[in-house]
Design a protein around this ligand. Structure first.
Ligand code: Y12
Ligand code: CO
Length: 183
């Protein structure tokens, strides 16, 4: 399955993801295709809505201490519900749908979730540290929420200005490339 990452400010990122009821070949194919796209872009988390499939599925691969991401650490999370949350932590987050931008975001330190795996088995997971942050970031995606929505008014303004400039530069360098190719 060919997938592309949807980037801000695309409105599709604001869709609310639908609860998954069919744990069939289509779901498995989608999950299987999300994994390489996340790994090839140095991601540690990806929600299905970020690849234009607004259904409640997300994948995570938290790196080891040496930064290596092992396939055996891949977590596939379907229909997550956060059942408890406490504490506070701040981490510099990034998002594959908001390239080149990183900001400190406040989250809960510890969470517990109920979810299903790709075969509809029900699971419970207690998470802290980076895993907890990543789950909260991805669960936000399922609700159409981006980490930049959590910025203060002034930080958000600064972000919009910088992001617009980056998009403009990207467009210009693409045009230059086309001209050079044609020359
Ligand atoms: C902590 C903070 C955020 C998360 C959510 C998951 N976020 C990511 O996986 C972000 C990945 C990312 C990768 C980038 O590198 C490439 O695209 C090659 C990147 O850099 C650029 O866009 C240039 C930005 C973000 C979990 C835990
Ligand atoms: Co994200």
């Amino acid at each position: 399955m060919k997938l592309n990452i949807v980037e801000y400010p695309d409105k599709r990122l604001r869709q609310k993801s639908k609860v998954i009821k069919k744990f069939d070949k289509n779901l498995h194919e989608l999950l299987d295709s999300m994994y390489p796209i996340m790994m090839n872009t140095n991601g540690i988390g990806l929600a299905a809505v970020q690849v234009a499939h607004p259904i409640a599925a997300l994948i995570l691969n938290i790196p080891e201490e040496d930064g290596e991401q092992l396939e055996e650490n891949l977590l596939e999370i379907i229909n997550p519900v956060i059942t408890s949350q406490d504490g506070e932590t701040i981490y510099q987050e990034g998002c594959l749908s908001v390239p080149s931008f990183y900001e400190d975001i406040k989250r809960f330190e510890n969470i517990t979730i109920n979810y299903q795996d790709r075969d509809a088995n029900t699971k419970t997971l207690e998470a802290n540290g980076l895993l907890s942050i990543a789950i909260q970031h991805e669960v936000d995606h399922l609700n159409g929420v981006l980490f930049i929505d959590k910025l203060s008014y002034s930080r958000r303004k600064k972000f919009e200005k910088e992001y617009k400039r980056m998009l403009k530069e990207k467009k210009t360098s693409k045009k230059d490339l086309i001209v050079k190719k044609g020359a």
